[in-house]
Design a protein. Structure first.
Length: 129
C-alpha cells in the first residue's frame, strides 16, 4: 500500500508540475500579446509623428514666406513714407496745399492698410509660440 501510495504521489506530482508549467506558459503568452499590441501601437505612433513633423516643416516654410512678405510690406511702407514727404514738400513749395492734403490722405490709407497687414502677421507670430 505504501508503494502504491508512493507511486500515486509521484505520478500526481508529475501531473501537478506539468500543469504548473502549462500555466506559466499560458501566462508567458499574455506578455507576448502585450508586446505585440505595443509594437502595433508603436508603428502607428511612429507614422503619426512622421506626418506631424512633415506638417510642422511645411508650416515653418510657410511662416518663412510670410516673414519675407512682411519685410516687403515694411519696405513698401518706407518707400511710401519717403514719397509722401517729398510730394507734400513739393506741393507746399508750389503753393498747392490741397494737393499736400490729398497726398497725406492717400498716405494715411497706405499706413492703415500696412498696419492691418502687420497686425495679422503679429497675430500669427503670437499664436505660433
Amino acid at each position: 500500500m505504501n508503494t502504491t501510495k508512493s507511486v500515486f504521489n509521484k505520478v500526481f506530482a508529475e501531473k501537478k508540475t506539468e500543469l504548473n508549467t502549462q500555466r506559466v506558459e499560458l501566462k508567458m503568452s499574455d506578455y507576448k500579446k502585450f508586446m505585440s499590441e505595443l509594437e502595433k501601437l508603436d508603428n502607428t505612433i511612429e507614422k503619426e509623428i512622421e506626418s506631424i513633423l512633415k506638417r510642422f516643416e511645411a508650416i515653418r516654410e510657410d511662416r518663412t514666406e510670410v516673414s519675407k512678405k512682411s519685410m516687403s510690406v515694411a519696405k513698401i511702407f518706407k518707400q511710401a513714407e519717403k514719397q509722401v514727404e517729398k510730394d507734400i514738400k513739393t506741393a507746399n513749395d508750389l503753393g498747392v496745399p490741397s494737393a499736400a492734403k490729398a497726398f497725406y490722405s492717400e498716405y494715411q490709407k497706405i499706413k492703415n492698410f500696412e498696419s492691418k497687414i502687420q497686425k495679422r502677421i503679429n497675430k500669427l507670430t503670437v499664436q505660433m509660440r
